[in-house]
Design a protein around this ligand. Structure first.
Ligand SMILES: Cc1ncc(COP(=O)(O)O)c(C=O)c1O
Length: 383
């Protein structure tokens, strides 16, 4: 066997032995929370578009209009000819929602984090990340070649101790955290963290992939839970979850955004977002801004679920049920699938070893009776 194939095969065999091999399954999104897999229709609790806007007729119509007016692709990076008018409209809408001077969109959340962090941090900098921060935050810190230290999850005392110990030795410090933790659904203590970062002149960046559209005043995200927003100068997030489209953004001051547009490698060396994705995102923001009762539903549904199972009250649309070993999570996934529900088992390395889980993502379009049926199955056969 060619050494390349031998390498790949050995890796696959090893992952399989540890129940960590993943396989792609063809999945058709039918409507709202209904998916089709293997010829069966399932109710999904594993889609991140918490408002089911990916299949909403209004966002679909906007995407089609955008293609008709601006084409299927941007054709080049934004600095060359790919800066079509819808992109700048989307950026001003995002800045308005987040209350910042400006915004810059990126190709995806992953591309945003690996673009933003190295633009602001370098060899002489320090990047402090929450130990449960999303993989692409750590990838961004690595690409920056900055010193990187993880602080204990949501532990402000640990974060402050690290700032005291290391602040003076670095030209500047970034503190980067998820706003809503993607696998646990809990929230970062952004108000206190923002104040701490001001005290030590550290730059706080939140990844609010799971907050925009469903958390905070008018869906403006997890930095906006109170009347006065938390002091977060770098608000990053994606358009691929509640916004139901694709792409990502950074909302920040004008100088920071101007710097991104001229230096962030994933903006400069990557093609602009396709018009369809941008058009759909703008239509989704129209819905978020005009339907406050609707955008409150995902958290209300999650809270119905946590109340029924006597779990801590959900703070976001994400609720994990931690089961431990990979095999237990996979078996629970199978049991629910047989009953017509798709709930993906999440295993290492996405989550720490021994914490494999079912991760429930609630949508505004979930029916209460489906939630109640899942609760009954979990009680009877899983927990
Ligand atoms: C917290 C967080 N950040 C970033 C991403 C990546 O975003 P995208 O899917 O737009 O690349 C995700 C999920 O995929 C996420 O959960």
């Amino acid at each position: 066997m060619h050494s390349l194939d031998a390498f790949a095969t050995a890796k696959l065999v090893d992952l399989d032995a540890r129940h960590q091999l993943r396989r792609l399954v063809p999945t058709a999104r039918i409507d709202g929370v209904i998916l089709e897999r293997g010829g069966r229709q399932l109710v999904s609790f594993s889609c991140n578009d918490y408002l089911s806007l990916a299949t909403d007729p209004r966002t679909k119509a906007a995407a089609i209009r955008a293609v008709e007016q601006h084409g299927a692709g941007a054709g080049a990076s934004r600095l060359i000819t790919g800066n079509h008018p819808l992109i700048e409209e989307l950026e001003s809408r995002l800045a308005r929602l987040k209350g910042t001077e400006a915004a810059c969109v990126f190709g995806s959340g992953y591309l945003a984090n690996v673009g933003i962090i190295p633009t602001l941090a370098g060899r002489d900098s320090l990047v402090l990340t929450d130990e449960l921060a999303h993989n692409c935050i750590n990838a961004g810190a690595q690409l920056a070649a900055a010193a990187t230290i993880a602080f204990r999850h949501n532990d402000l005392d640990h974060l402050e101790a690290l700032l005291i110990e290391h602040r003076e030795r670095h030209d500047h410090v970034m503190v980067v955290t998820d706003g809503v933790f993607s696998m646990d659904g809990d929230l970062a203590p952004l108000e206190a963290m923002g104040a701490l970062c001001v005290k030590y002149d550290a730059w706080l960046m939140t990844d609010d992939a799971h907050g925009i559209g469903v958390m905070g005043l008018g869906g403006s995200g997890s930095a906006h839970l109170k009347d006065r927003p938390a002091a977060v100068p770098l608000q990053m997030g994606t358009l691929s979850k509640a916004i139901g489209s694709y792409g990502a953004y950074l909302c920040a001051s004008k100088p920071v955004i101007d710097l991104m547009k001229t230096r962030a490698r994933t903006v400069v060396y990557s093609t602009g977002l396709p018009p369809a994705a941008v058009g759909a995102a703008i239509a989704a923001l129209d819905i978020v801004e005009s339907e406050p009762d609707f955008i409150a539903l995902p958290i209300a549904k999650a809270q119905r679920f946590t109340a029924a199972l006597n779990l801590p009250r959900a703070e976001s649309p994400i609720v994990p049920i931690i089961l431990g070993e990979e095999t237990r999570a996979l078996e629970a996934q199978r049991i629910l699938s047989e009953a017509g529900f798709l709930v993906a088992a999440i295993r290492p390395p996405t989550v720490p070893a021994g914490t494999s889980r079912l991760r429930f993502a609630f949508s505004a379009r979930h029916l209460d009776e489906d939630i109640d049926r899942v609760v009954a199955i979990l009680r009877e056969k899983v927990l």
